[in-house]
Design a protein around this ligand. Structure first.
Ligand SMILES: NC(=O)c1ccc[n+]([C@@H]2O[C@H](COP(=O)([O-])OP(=O)(O)OC[C@H]3O[C@@H](n4cnc5c(N)ncnc54)[C@H](OP(=O)(O)O)[C@@H]3O)[C@@H](O)[C@H]2O)c1
Length: 448
């Protein structure tokens, strides 16, 4: 068996497991550092102690010539039966900071290498076991390049299997054991991952899931420990894909009933911001929004309590970076029920200023006076009800209405030809004020 990324923590554990639990007797371990990687000679000694024949090679598996030369070393009397492709690198950053080079770095080790491995081992009939990540399925903060690389692996294995090859992509959740990739995660990052519903897996549990996958004929697996209780009690965004596990109504009610596992910072945030504000005297609203901002900020940067955050101090000075800024934006968007721009924290650089902005966006509006424009909106509403009943119009409507909300929120709109079929909406929209339109859209779309 060939294991790529062999110096990595997961690959080492898998190599051990293959030898001790699956009786693998011949292993080719490949990584760019080869035998020079720390701990490799000890690993080889250990595996040989179990009776395995082990070869370690320095090989960049995304390099066609190097990989071809490596595969040429496979002895005829021990032909290749499987490839475990566990090579990978990270280059995290918010999407605006990603350059073609930063995409290449991450795609190369995972996707390019997988394509080469498939091509160069096709004649051997060896099984392809690709190590992917749940980031490809659910997304990950600051991991657009990594998510794309893993999504590619998932699709590539699925296609390979459909074409008759033994191919599997395992979209791993987080392993508890720290690796080259996860070793730099700070405590705040780990808490963020836990809040997103992923419990770190003990190595033994992960290897048991590996066995489950290997014994199945499914091309795609997500071996992960999903903590649905954490998702249910989260007041942050839940990935769409997990929505069925955590229905919106359940989340809504449980938000106001934090469990013992919820941190003190999370407890103080309570439920939907607009609902809380509606029940407060106007003079108390700023304080309530500020408390919510401070509680979410504390949660994101891993403080146990919001008390240690000075509301007048800049976010950057209290430890925020571009990734945590995005997470805070996402959490506040969910809490406030409004779409907020990615630049939120830079436009409103202290908790005080951000709270003032959020209050403007979420404060309950005074009841609107009667006007002909509102009558027009009433007529629209009736037409929208018809459109909501027609599933064929949903995608077009959703896209169009989102684009309008983005305009209201100052977020650049998508290309005009990205939507079609609802052009008459444009002229009608121009006849009402932004505030009226926003109130209408946010109220009615939430019900839809
Ligand atoms: N750890 C987790 O919780 C987790 C979760 C989800 C998915 N995964 C996936 O599991 C795999 C292993 O991850 P890990 O956590 O064990 O990371 P890791 O410790 O950083 O191991 C990855 C290894 O890949 C090797 N590598 C990178 N580019 C290569 C290339 N072009 N050719 C050959 N080897 C290359 C590196 O060694 P050299 O520098 O010597 O080349 C490195 O040791 C990755 O694909 C990762 O995406 C891990």
């Amino acid at each position: 068996m060939l294991v790529t990324g062999a110096a990595g923590v997961l690959a080492r554990q898998v190599a051990r497991h293959l030898v001790t639990a699956h009786g693998t007797r011949s292993l080719l371990l490949a990584g760019r550092r080869g035998p020079a990687a720390e701990g490799m000679s000890e690993l080889c000694e250990e595996l040989r102690g179990h009776g395995a024949h082990v070869t370690v090679a320095a090989c960049d598996v995304a390099d066609r010539d190097a990989l071809s030369a490596l595969l040429a070393q496979v002895p005829a009397d021990r032909p290749l039966t499987a490839v475990v492709h566990a090579a990978g690198v990270l280059d995290d950053g918010i999407v605006q900071s990603l350059t073609p080079e930063r995409l290449d770095t991450v795609l190369r080790a995972k996707a390019d290498a997988a394509v080469l491995l498939a091509e160069l081992t096709r004649d051997t009939g060896a099984a392809l076991i690709l190590f992917s990540s749940l980031a490809g399925t659910l997304g990950g903060v600051g991991q657009a390049n990594y998510s794309a690389a893993n999504a590619f692996l998932d699709a590539f294995a699925t296609r390979g299997a459909a074409e008759g090859r033994r191919a599997q992509s395992l979209a791993w959740g987080l392993w508890a054991e720290r690796s080259g990739m996860t070793g730099t995660l700070a405590e705040a990052d780990r808490r963020r991952i836990s809040r997103s519903g992923l419990r770190p897996m003990a190595t033994a549990d992960a290897l048991a899931l590996l066995d489950t996958a290997l014994h199945s004929t499914e091309a795609w697996f997500a071996p992960a420990d999903l903590d649905t209780a954490a998702l249910r009690h989260s007041d942050g965004p839940v990935p769409d894909l997990l929505g069925d596990l955590v229905p919106a109504r359940v989340r809504h009610t449980t938000r106001t009933a934090p469990t013992a596992s919820t941190t003190p910072a999370a407890e103080s945030t309570g439920g939907g911001l607009a609902e809380r504000l509606a029940g407060l005297d106007p003079s108390a609203r700023h304080r309530a929004v500020l408390e919510a901002v401070l509680a979410q900020a504390a949660l994101v940067i891993g403080h146990d309590t919001p008390d240690s955050i000075d509301p007048e101090r800049g976010f950057l000075d209290i430890g925020f970076d571009s990734l945590t800024a995005v997470e805070l934006r996402n959490r506040l968007s969910t809490l406030a029920g409004v779409r907020l721009p990615a630049t939120l924290m830079f436009d409103h650089p202290t908790p005080e200023r951000l709270a003032a902005h959020l209050l403007e966006r979420t404060a309950p509006a005074d009841p609107p006076a009667a006007s002909p424009v509102l009558d027009l909106l009433g007529a629209w509403e009736a037409q929208f009800a018809d459109a909501f009943a027609d599933p064929a119009l949903h995608d077009g409507l959703r896209l169009r209405l989102r684009a309008l909300l983005d305009r209201l929120d100052g977020i650049p709109a998508p290309a005009p030809d990205a939507v079609s079929g609802v052009r008459d909406l444009d002229s009608a929209v121009d006849e009402v004020s932004d505030d009226e339109l926003r109130a209408f859209l946010e109220g009615d779309l939430d019900d839809a």
